[in-house]
Design a protein around this ligand. Sequence first.
Ligand SMILES: *Cc1c(COP(=O)(O)O)cnc(C)c1O
Length: 387
Amino acid sequence: MHVYADHGATTPVDARVVSAMLPYFSERFGNASSIHAWGQEAREAVDRAREHVARAIGATPSEIVFTSGATESDNFAALGSAFANESRGRHLVTTTVEHHAVLEACGFLESRGYEVTFVPVDREGRVDPDDVRAAIRNDTILISVMHANNEIGTVEPIETIGRLARERGVLMHTDAAQTVGIMPVHVDELSVDLLSISAHKRYGPKGVGALYVRKGARISRIQHGGSHERNRRAGTENVPAAVGFGEAIRIALESMEEEAARLRVLRDRLAQGLARIDGARLNGSLTDRLPGNVNVSFEGADSESLLMALDFRGVAASSGSACTSGSLEPSHVLSAIGLPPDIAKGTVRFSLGRTTSAADVDYLLHVVPEIVSQLRRKPPLTTPNIR
Ligand SMILES: *Cc1c(COP(=O)(O)O)cnc(C)c1O
Protein backbone atom coordinates (compact mmCIF):
# COMPACT_ATOMS: atom_id res chain seq x y z
CA MET A 1 0.00 0.00 0.00
CA HIS A 2 1.22 3.50 -0.85
CA VAL A 3 -0.18 6.50 0.96
CA TYR A 4 0.89 10.01 0.04
CA ALA A 5 0.07 12.13 3.07
CA ASP A 6 2.31 15.11 2.28
CA HIS A 7 0.03 17.40 0.24
CA GLY A 8 1.22 20.34 2.36
CA ALA A 9 4.66 19.92 0.75
CA THR A 10 3.42 19.52 -2.79
CA THR A 11 0.66 17.92 -4.87
CA PRO A 12 0.54 15.94 -8.13
CA VAL A 13 -0.28 18.03 -11.20
CA ASP A 14 -3.88 17.42 -12.32
CA ALA A 15 -4.02 15.63 -15.70
CA ARG A 16 -6.28 18.40 -17.09
CA VAL A 17 -3.66 20.93 -16.08
CA VAL A 18 -0.93 19.01 -17.90
CA SER A 19 -3.00 18.88 -21.11
CA ALA A 20 -3.78 22.59 -20.89
CA MET A 21 -0.06 23.35 -20.58
CA LEU A 22 1.30 21.06 -23.30
CA PRO A 23 0.53 23.14 -26.44
CA TYR A 24 2.36 26.12 -24.93
CA PHE A 25 5.70 24.32 -24.93
CA SER A 26 5.90 23.66 -28.68
CA GLU A 27 3.06 24.68 -31.06
CA ARG A 28 2.19 27.89 -29.20
CA PHE A 29 5.66 28.81 -28.07
CA GLY A 30 5.48 32.56 -28.63
CA ASN A 31 6.96 35.19 -26.34
CA ALA A 32 4.02 36.91 -24.65
CA SER A 33 5.73 40.29 -25.15
CA SER A 34 6.10 39.92 -28.94
CA ILE A 35 3.89 41.94 -31.30
CA HIS A 36 3.20 39.18 -33.85
CA ALA A 37 0.51 36.49 -33.88
CA TRP A 38 2.69 33.98 -31.99
CA GLY A 39 3.19 36.54 -29.26
CA GLN A 40 -0.48 37.49 -29.13
CA GLU A 41 -1.50 33.85 -28.76
CA ALA A 42 0.81 33.50 -25.74
CA ARG A 43 -0.32 36.85 -24.31
CA GLU A 44 -3.97 35.82 -24.53
CA ALA A 45 -3.22 32.56 -22.72
CA VAL A 46 -1.36 34.37 -19.93
CA ASP A 47 -4.21 36.87 -19.60
CA ARG A 48 -6.80 34.09 -19.37
CA ALA A 49 -4.74 32.46 -16.63
CA ARG A 50 -4.51 35.81 -14.86
CA GLU A 51 -8.30 36.09 -14.93
CA HIS A 52 -8.69 32.66 -13.31
CA VAL A 53 -6.25 33.55 -10.55
CA ALA A 54 -7.84 36.97 -9.99
CA ARG A 55 -11.35 35.53 -9.86
CA ALA A 56 -10.29 32.93 -7.28
CA ILE A 57 -9.40 35.64 -4.75
CA GLY A 58 -11.85 38.41 -5.68
CA ALA A 59 -9.20 40.56 -7.35
CA THR A 60 -9.02 42.21 -10.76
CA PRO A 61 -6.57 40.71 -13.32
CA SER A 62 -4.33 43.81 -13.33
CA GLU A 63 -3.65 43.22 -9.62
CA ILE A 64 -2.05 39.80 -10.24
CA VAL A 65 1.72 39.57 -10.77
CA PHE A 66 2.98 36.14 -11.80
CA THR A 67 6.08 35.00 -9.90
CA SER A 68 8.15 31.83 -9.54
CA GLY A 69 6.12 30.74 -6.50
CA ALA A 70 5.14 31.76 -3.00
CA THR A 71 8.77 32.11 -1.89
CA GLU A 72 9.35 34.84 -4.46
CA SER A 73 5.95 36.40 -3.71
CA ASP A 74 6.80 36.59 0.01
CA ASN A 75 10.19 38.17 -0.73
CA PHE A 76 8.58 40.56 -3.20
CA ALA A 77 5.97 41.60 -0.62
CA ALA A 78 8.46 42.15 2.22
CA LEU A 79 11.38 43.70 0.32
CA GLY A 80 9.23 45.48 -2.24
CA SER A 81 7.12 47.27 0.35
CA ALA A 82 10.14 48.01 2.55
CA PHE A 83 12.05 49.63 -0.34
CA ALA A 84 9.06 51.57 -1.64
CA ASN A 85 8.12 53.06 1.72
CA GLU A 86 11.47 53.92 3.27
CA SER A 87 10.53 57.57 3.52
CA ARG A 88 7.61 56.58 5.78
CA GLY A 89 9.53 54.24 8.03
CA ARG A 90 11.64 51.15 8.41
CA HIS A 91 9.58 48.97 10.75
CA LEU A 92 7.73 45.74 9.90
CA VAL A 93 5.41 43.54 11.95
CA THR A 94 5.19 39.80 11.41
CA THR A 95 4.79 36.65 13.55
CA THR A 96 6.98 33.90 14.95
CA VAL A 97 5.25 31.17 12.90
CA GLU A 98 5.64 32.50 9.35
CA HIS A 99 7.10 30.46 6.51
CA HIS A 100 10.87 30.79 6.16
CA ALA A 101 10.33 32.87 3.01
CA VAL A 102 8.83 35.66 5.15
CA LEU A 103 11.08 35.14 8.18
CA GLU A 104 14.30 35.14 6.16
CA ALA A 105 13.25 38.13 4.05
CA CYS A 106 12.55 40.01 7.31
CA GLY A 107 15.89 38.82 8.70
CA PHE A 108 17.62 40.20 5.63
CA LEU A 109 15.87 43.54 6.13
CA GLU A 110 17.00 43.57 9.78
CA SER A 111 20.59 43.11 8.61
CA ARG A 112 20.07 46.23 6.48
CA GLY A 113 18.91 48.42 9.36
CA TYR A 114 15.16 47.78 9.31
CA GLU A 115 13.39 46.82 12.52
CA VAL A 116 11.03 43.85 12.71
CA THR A 117 8.62 42.96 15.51
CA PHE A 118 7.85 39.24 15.67
CA VAL A 119 4.46 38.89 17.34
CA PRO A 120 4.11 35.63 19.36
CA VAL A 121 1.26 33.11 19.07
CA ASP A 122 -0.81 31.18 21.62
CA ARG A 123 -0.53 27.43 22.29
CA GLU A 124 -2.65 26.65 19.23
CA GLY A 125 -0.53 28.86 17.00
CA ARG A 126 -3.06 31.70 16.83
CA VAL A 127 -2.01 35.33 16.60
CA ASP A 128 -3.93 37.73 18.83
CA PRO A 129 -4.95 40.77 16.75
CA ASP A 130 -4.50 42.95 19.87
CA ASP A 131 -0.81 41.97 19.94
CA VAL A 132 -0.50 43.07 16.31
CA ARG A 133 -2.28 46.32 17.15
CA ALA A 134 0.13 46.95 20.02
CA ALA A 135 3.12 46.30 17.75
CA ILE A 136 2.14 48.92 15.15
CA ARG A 137 4.20 52.11 15.33
CA ASN A 138 4.11 55.37 13.38
CA ASP A 139 6.99 54.12 11.25
CA THR A 140 5.43 50.68 10.53
CA ILE A 141 5.22 50.08 6.81
CA LEU A 142 4.12 46.44 6.55
CA ILE A 143 2.21 43.81 8.52
CA SER A 144 2.70 40.25 7.28
CA VAL A 145 0.68 37.41 8.84
CA MET A 146 0.14 34.08 7.11
CA HIS A 147 -3.41 32.96 6.30
CA ALA A 148 -2.86 29.39 7.48
CA ASN A 149 0.22 27.75 8.93
CA ASN A 150 1.80 25.08 6.75
CA GLU A 151 3.01 22.95 9.69
CA ILE A 152 0.22 22.92 12.23
CA GLY A 153 -2.67 24.08 10.01
CA THR A 154 -3.89 26.93 12.22
CA VAL A 155 -5.90 29.56 10.33
CA GLU A 156 -5.11 33.10 11.48
CA PRO A 157 -7.68 35.89 12.06
CA ILE A 158 -6.60 37.83 8.96
CA GLU A 159 -9.91 39.70 8.58
CA THR A 160 -9.47 41.38 11.95
CA ILE A 161 -5.76 42.05 11.48
CA GLY A 162 -6.39 43.35 7.96
CA ARG A 163 -9.00 45.78 9.26
CA LEU A 164 -6.72 47.20 11.89
CA ALA A 165 -3.86 47.52 9.37
CA ARG A 166 -6.18 49.50 7.15
CA GLU A 167 -7.30 51.75 10.04
CA ARG A 168 -3.65 52.60 10.66
CA GLY A 169 -2.86 53.01 6.96
CA VAL A 170 -0.28 50.19 7.00
CA LEU A 171 0.16 47.75 4.10
CA MET A 172 -1.10 44.25 4.93
CA HIS A 173 0.37 41.07 3.42
CA THR A 174 -0.75 37.48 3.89
CA ASP A 175 0.87 34.27 2.70
CA ALA A 176 -2.10 32.25 1.42
CA ALA A 177 -0.10 29.41 -0.18
CA GLN A 178 -1.92 26.86 1.99
CA THR A 179 -5.43 28.26 1.68
CA VAL A 180 -6.19 29.44 -1.88
CA GLY A 181 -8.25 26.75 -3.60
CA ILE A 182 -9.27 24.87 -0.47
CA MET A 183 -10.74 27.65 1.70
CA PRO A 184 -12.58 30.83 0.72
CA VAL A 185 -10.02 33.60 0.12
CA HIS A 186 -11.26 37.06 -0.82
CA VAL A 187 -8.87 39.99 -0.75
CA ASP A 188 -11.58 42.51 0.21
CA GLU A 189 -13.07 40.38 2.96
CA LEU A 190 -9.58 39.79 4.34
CA SER A 191 -8.68 43.51 3.89
CA VAL A 192 -5.25 42.63 2.52
CA ASP A 193 -3.12 44.61 0.07
CA LEU A 194 -0.67 41.85 -0.82
CA LEU A 195 -1.27 38.09 -0.96
CA SER A 196 1.04 35.21 -1.93
CA ILE A 197 -0.11 32.12 -3.86
CA SER A 198 1.71 29.00 -5.06
CA ALA A 199 0.48 26.75 -7.90
CA HIS A 200 2.06 23.48 -6.81
CA LYS A 201 0.22 23.36 -3.48
CA ARG A 202 -3.04 23.17 -5.46
CA TYR A 203 -2.37 20.53 -8.17
CA GLY A 204 -0.58 22.95 -10.49
CA PRO A 205 3.04 23.00 -11.68
CA LYS A 206 6.02 23.85 -9.49
CA GLY A 207 7.92 27.10 -10.00
CA VAL A 208 4.96 29.39 -10.56
CA GLY A 209 2.81 31.48 -8.26
CA ALA A 210 1.53 35.00 -7.90
CA LEU A 211 1.57 38.06 -5.73
CA TYR A 212 -1.70 39.94 -5.53
CA VAL A 213 -0.92 43.67 -5.36
CA ARG A 214 -3.90 45.86 -4.54
CA LYS A 215 -4.37 48.74 -6.98
CA GLY A 216 -2.47 51.74 -5.61
CA ALA A 217 -0.38 49.76 -3.10
CA ARG A 218 3.16 51.16 -2.93
CA ILE A 219 5.62 48.39 -3.71
CA SER A 220 8.92 48.39 -5.64
CA ARG A 221 9.92 45.67 -7.95
CA ILE A 222 12.74 43.42 -6.79
CA GLN A 223 13.59 41.84 -10.12
CA HIS A 224 14.85 44.36 -12.66
CA GLY A 225 14.99 44.17 -16.43
CA GLY A 226 12.24 44.39 -19.03
CA SER A 227 8.83 45.90 -18.47
CA HIS A 228 6.99 42.57 -18.08
CA GLU A 229 4.04 42.18 -15.74
CA ARG A 230 3.22 45.91 -16.02
CA ASN A 231 6.74 46.77 -14.99
CA ARG A 232 6.42 44.91 -11.70
CA ARG A 233 8.44 41.76 -12.39
CA ALA A 234 11.00 41.55 -15.19
CA GLY A 235 11.56 38.37 -17.16
CA THR A 236 9.93 36.56 -20.09
CA GLU A 237 6.61 35.17 -18.86
CA ASN A 238 6.61 31.43 -18.18
CA VAL A 239 3.60 30.87 -20.42
CA PRO A 240 3.03 27.10 -19.93
CA ALA A 241 3.40 27.49 -16.15
CA ALA A 242 0.98 30.43 -16.00
CA VAL A 243 -1.55 28.48 -18.10
CA GLY A 244 -1.21 25.48 -15.77
CA PHE A 245 -1.55 27.68 -12.69
CA GLY A 246 -4.72 29.29 -14.03
CA GLU A 247 -6.25 25.95 -14.94
CA ALA A 248 -5.30 24.40 -11.57
CA ILE A 249 -6.93 27.26 -9.67
CA ARG A 250 -10.03 27.14 -11.85
CA ILE A 251 -10.43 23.39 -11.24
CA ALA A 252 -9.80 23.71 -7.49
CA LEU A 253 -12.47 26.39 -7.16
CA GLU A 254 -15.05 24.25 -8.98
CA SER A 255 -15.11 21.59 -6.28
CA MET A 256 -13.63 23.46 -3.34
CA GLU A 257 -16.47 23.10 -0.87
CA GLU A 258 -17.05 19.39 -1.50
CA GLU A 259 -13.35 18.63 -1.34
CA ALA A 260 -12.87 20.64 1.85
CA ALA A 261 -15.82 18.86 3.48
CA ARG A 262 -14.48 15.45 2.41
CA LEU A 263 -11.03 16.25 3.78
CA ARG A 264 -12.40 17.51 7.10
CA VAL A 265 -14.10 14.16 7.69
CA LEU A 266 -10.91 12.23 6.87
CA ARG A 267 -8.78 14.66 8.90
CA ASP A 268 -10.97 14.38 11.99
CA ARG A 269 -11.05 10.59 11.82
CA LEU A 270 -7.27 10.42 11.48
CA ALA A 271 -6.72 12.96 14.26
CA GLN A 272 -9.10 11.24 16.66
CA GLY A 273 -7.57 7.83 15.93
CA LEU A 274 -4.02 9.03 16.41
CA ALA A 275 -4.94 10.92 19.58
CA ARG A 276 -5.85 7.57 21.15
CA ILE A 277 -2.20 6.47 20.99
CA ASP A 278 -0.61 6.72 24.44
CA GLY A 279 1.44 9.91 24.79
CA ALA A 280 0.12 11.44 21.55
CA ARG A 281 -0.72 15.12 21.39
CA LEU A 282 -2.49 16.99 18.59
CA ASN A 283 -0.94 20.33 17.69
CA GLY A 284 -2.71 23.38 16.30
CA SER A 285 -6.29 24.53 16.58
CA LEU A 286 -9.19 22.08 16.58
CA THR A 287 -11.57 24.67 15.16
CA ASP A 288 -9.66 27.10 12.91
CA ARG A 289 -7.71 24.58 10.91
CA LEU A 290 -6.81 23.66 7.33
CA PRO A 291 -9.14 20.90 6.07
CA GLY A 292 -6.35 18.39 5.39
CA ASN A 293 -3.86 19.01 8.20
CA VAL A 294 -3.10 16.64 11.09
CA ASN A 295 -0.03 17.40 13.21
CA VAL A 296 0.79 15.05 16.09
CA SER A 297 3.62 14.74 18.60
CA PHE A 298 4.41 11.27 19.93
CA GLU A 299 6.20 11.41 23.25
CA GLY A 300 9.29 9.23 23.37
CA ALA A 301 9.65 8.92 19.59
CA ASP A 302 11.72 10.98 17.19
CA SER A 303 10.35 12.23 13.91
CA GLU A 304 13.29 11.12 11.79
CA SER A 305 12.84 7.49 12.82
CA LEU A 306 9.06 7.84 12.51
CA LEU A 307 9.32 9.18 8.96
CA MET A 308 11.80 6.47 7.95
CA ALA A 309 9.60 3.72 9.40
CA LEU A 310 6.55 5.27 7.68
CA ASP A 311 8.43 5.44 4.38
CA PHE A 312 9.34 1.76 4.77
CA ARG A 313 5.60 1.01 5.08
CA GLY A 314 4.82 3.08 1.97
CA VAL A 315 3.69 6.26 3.73
CA ALA A 316 4.86 9.76 2.84
CA ALA A 317 4.52 12.31 5.65
CA SER A 318 6.76 15.07 6.91
CA SER A 319 8.15 16.24 10.19
CA GLY A 320 7.46 19.37 12.10
CA SER A 321 11.19 19.65 12.58
CA ALA A 322 13.85 20.98 10.27
CA CYS A 323 16.79 18.61 10.16
CA THR A 324 19.93 20.70 10.04
CA SER A 325 23.14 18.78 9.36
CA GLY A 326 22.20 15.69 11.33
CA SER A 327 21.08 17.47 14.51
CA LEU A 328 17.31 17.57 14.91
CA GLU A 329 16.25 21.03 15.93
CA PRO A 330 12.59 21.59 16.79
CA SER A 331 10.89 23.73 14.16
CA HIS A 332 10.35 27.41 14.88
CA VAL A 333 6.58 26.81 14.75
CA LEU A 334 6.61 24.08 17.40
CA SER A 335 8.87 26.21 19.62
CA ALA A 336 6.54 29.17 19.09
CA ILE A 337 3.52 27.23 20.40
CA GLY A 338 5.54 26.32 23.47
CA LEU A 339 6.09 22.61 22.84
CA PRO A 340 9.02 21.40 24.94
CA PRO A 341 11.91 20.26 22.67
CA ASP A 342 11.67 16.62 23.80
CA ILE A 343 8.01 16.48 22.68
CA ALA A 344 8.54 18.61 19.57
CA LYS A 345 11.19 16.21 18.32
CA GLY A 346 8.60 13.43 17.93
CA THR A 347 6.27 15.40 15.65
CA VAL A 348 4.79 14.29 12.33
CA ARG A 349 2.57 16.21 9.91
CA PHE A 350 0.10 14.26 7.80
CA SER A 351 -1.41 16.46 5.10
CA LEU A 352 -4.34 14.99 3.23
CA GLY A 353 -5.51 15.98 -0.23
CA ARG A 354 -7.10 14.81 -3.47
CA THR A 355 -5.18 11.52 -3.51
CA THR A 356 -6.36 10.62 0.02
CA SER A 357 -9.08 7.97 0.36
CA ALA A 358 -10.83 6.54 3.41
CA ALA A 359 -8.72 3.40 2.90
CA ASP A 360 -5.58 5.54 3.20
CA VAL A 361 -6.75 6.79 6.58
CA ASP A 362 -7.53 3.21 7.67
CA TYR A 363 -4.02 2.20 6.69
CA LEU A 364 -2.47 5.13 8.59
CA LEU A 365 -4.51 4.24 11.67
CA HIS A 366 -3.21 0.68 11.32
CA VAL A 367 0.51 1.37 10.83
CA VAL A 368 1.18 4.51 12.90
CA PRO A 369 0.35 2.97 16.32
CA GLU A 370 2.52 -0.06 15.49
CA ILE A 371 5.45 2.09 14.43
CA VAL A 372 5.20 4.34 17.48
CA SER A 373 5.23 1.42 19.92
CA GLN A 374 8.08 -0.28 18.06
CA LEU A 375 10.17 2.88 18.21
CA ARG A 376 9.44 3.33 21.89
CA ARG A 377 10.66 -0.21 22.64
CA LYS A 378 14.01 0.51 20.98
CA PRO A 379 16.70 2.15 23.10
CA PRO A 380 17.58 5.68 22.00
CA LEU A 381 20.19 5.82 19.23
CA THR A 382 22.59 7.73 21.48
CA THR A 383 22.93 4.96 24.14
CA PRO A 384 26.65 4.24 24.50
CA ASN A 385 27.52 0.71 23.45
CA ILE A 386 29.97 -0.02 26.25
CA ARG A 387 29.95 -3.33 28.15
C1 LIG B 1 4.90 26.03 0.18
C2 LIG B 1 4.79 27.33 0.89
C3 LIG B 1 5.58 28.41 0.50
C4 LIG B 1 6.60 28.32 -0.61
O1 LIG B 1 5.98 28.19 -1.85
P1 LIG B 1 6.85 27.85 -3.15
O2 LIG B 1 5.90 28.07 -4.29
O3 LIG B 1 7.25 26.41 -3.00
O4 LIG B 1 8.02 28.77 -3.18
C5 LIG B 1 5.43 29.60 1.18
N1 LIG B 1 4.55 29.71 2.18
C6 LIG B 1 3.78 28.70 2.59
C7 LIG B 1 2.80 28.89 3.69
C8 LIG B 1 3.87 27.46 1.95
O5 LIG B 1 3.10 26.46 2.37
